[in-house]
Write a protein that binds this ligand. Structure first.
Ligand code: FAD
Length: 263
């Protein structure tokens, strides 16, 4: 497989840096081809602004969604964004790796998504009618490819369970896994999460590294999270409500959007 790993940590000697090396080494030893986008090292510009659309006249209002659409269609996105889109098109698998900061990804990675997941590429794709609400949530440009997260967290695993104070990790990561990765079509593998990392000792690191190696060995065979496809008939159009007869009556919130929760 061709794998793109997008790395969002400012320090190469960090735990994240060490885990990235473990992942890349294991993937390559399995015969996969790996490319890394190292956002801090590359000085990635994370904010969308007028510099992204230099062809806009000074008096023109910047409407990010319209400017993104026009730039993608006319192939005048900035070179850094075009390069990332080329890597995404090349890769069969996307890995986003980051430390959990304020319960989500670092701003630089969010800014990578904001700029690279352009209109016409990652959203605003497909027929928009009373039968289809565009190609998204399981369909879209990146359909047929796989994606997963590698995340390190300072908090304890118990703090991220159903009754844990931080909320369940799958809920916290839902906007990334479902809203960012599944939306443009990726099949999303369960995340690899390491907890309580700030007090890691050598044994903790070795155990996490071995778990990560195992995940890297199985990227082609691990079953993706069974999110419901938008246009597969489970949702009403245009309200986008899950049909009332679907979903376990006890299921609420994000869990409703998983297949297999029907009573
Ligand atoms: P590092 O600081 O580089 O390393 C962590 C430990 O691992 C070190 O003590 C080191 O001894 C050990 N280590 C590193 N490399 C190796 C190696 N090669 N071999 C053996 N041991 C090694 N946590 C949460 O749970 N939820 C949050 O919402 C959250 N928000 C945060 C917000 C901010 C702004 C910050 C700065 C931190 C936050 N944290 C949060 C904690 C954060 O998730 C962790 O600090 C981070 O995941 C640690 O990853 P790192 O790569 O920076 O680790």
């Amino acid at each position: 497989m061709k794998v793109l790993l997008v790395f969002a940590h400012p320090e190469p000697r960090s735990l994240n840096g060490a885990l990235r090396d473990v992942a890349v080494e294991e993937l390559e030893s399995q015969g996969h081809e790996v490319r890394v986008s190292d956002l801090y090292a590359d000085g990635w510009k994370s904010n969308i602004d007028r510099a992204d659309f230099p062809w806009l006249t000074p008096d023109a209002q910047l409407v990010p969604i319209a400017a993104s659409k026009k730039a993608f269609e006319a192939n005048v996105l900035t070179e850094d964004v075009k390069a990332e889109i080329e890597k995404l098109s090349w890769a069969d698998m996307l890995i986003l790796q980051f430390p959990l900061w304020w319960f989500t990804m670092p701003a630089i990675l969010k800014g990578w998504i904001d700029r690279v997941f352009a209109y016409g590429f990652a959203y605003g794709v497909g027929e928009h009618s009373d039968k289809r609400w565009g190609d998204r949530y399981g369909e879209g440009t990146l359909a047929g490819k796989r994606a997963m997260l590698i995340v390190t967290a300072g908090g304890w695993e118990e703090h991220y369970t159903a009754r844990g104070i931080n909320g369940p990790i799958d809920d916290l990561l839902f906007p990334i896994n479902h809203g960012i990765l599944y939306y443009p079509g990726y099949e999303v593998l369960p995340p690899f999460v390491v907890y309580r990392v700030d007090r890691f000792d050598e044994a903790g690191f070795q155990s996490a590294a071995e778990r990560l190696r195992e995940r890297m060995r199985t990227i082609e065979t691990t079953s993706p999270t069974p999110y419901r496809q938008q246009n597969g008939g489970d949702y009403l159009i245009p309200s986008m409500q899950l049909r009332t007869e679907l979903g376990d009556p006890g299921a609420t919130g994000f869990a409703l959007h998983l297949n297999g929760t029907d009573g």
